[in-house]
Design a protein around this ligand. Structure first.
Ligand code: SF4
Ligand code: SF4
Length: 150
């Protein structure tokens, strides 16, 4: 009798297990073949910050080098915000903006405190590097690279 009970129990367990497998087989795929495929990033995702281009002059960013973000950053992650006033221009053009992403807490204070909306979070979800310095980004150079890639 015990053998028959075990067989029924085993068969029931097999059917339940197959049910789970079949349901998973036909349900929508939630994973992707990373790194050959990339995931859809939520608009609320925060990676490191990036400088936004000036719509009136795509050769420069919107940053006017006021230093507000550098002063307000609670982690002191923003350094060397420098720029120059080019001939015929009323505002300064940023030539250097170093973000130390190893200490940035992605709090967003810099983005919120910028008076000209020159900063936003990028969607770079897999920044990689072999040493700390690989995560020290010059956001002006990053902007120039993005511009060239378009
Ligand atoms: S997100 Fe916060 S911690 Fe990071 S650079 Fe901006 S102000 Fe500093
Ligand atoms: S607050 Fe804005 S405009 Fe001022 S230095 Fe920072 S990014 Fe540039």
């Amino acid at each position: 009798m015990r053998v028959v009970a075990d067989i029924i129990k085993g068969a029931y367990s097999l059917i339940v297990g197959m049910g789970v497998t079949i349901r998973a087989f036909f349900s929508p795929v939630v994973t992707c073949q990373y790194p050959r495929e990339t995931v859809n990033i939520s608009p609320r995702f925060r990676s490191h910050t990036k400088l936004v281009g000036d719509p009136e002059n795509p050769d420069r960013t919107k940053c006017i080098v006021c230093g507000m973000c550098e002063r307000n950053c609670p982690s002191h992650s923003i350094k060397k915000v420098e720029g120059e006033k080019k001939e015929g221009e009323k505002k300064k053009t940023a030539t250097s903006y170093i973000l130390d992403f190893t200490t940035c807490s992605q709090c967003g204070i810099c983005v919120e405190s910028c008076p000209v909306d020159a900063l936003e979070f990028s969607d770079d979800y897999n920044p990689v590097g072999l040493k700390r310095e690989d995560f020290h980004y010059d956001l002006v150079k990053e902007y120039e690279k993005r511009k060239k890639a378009v």
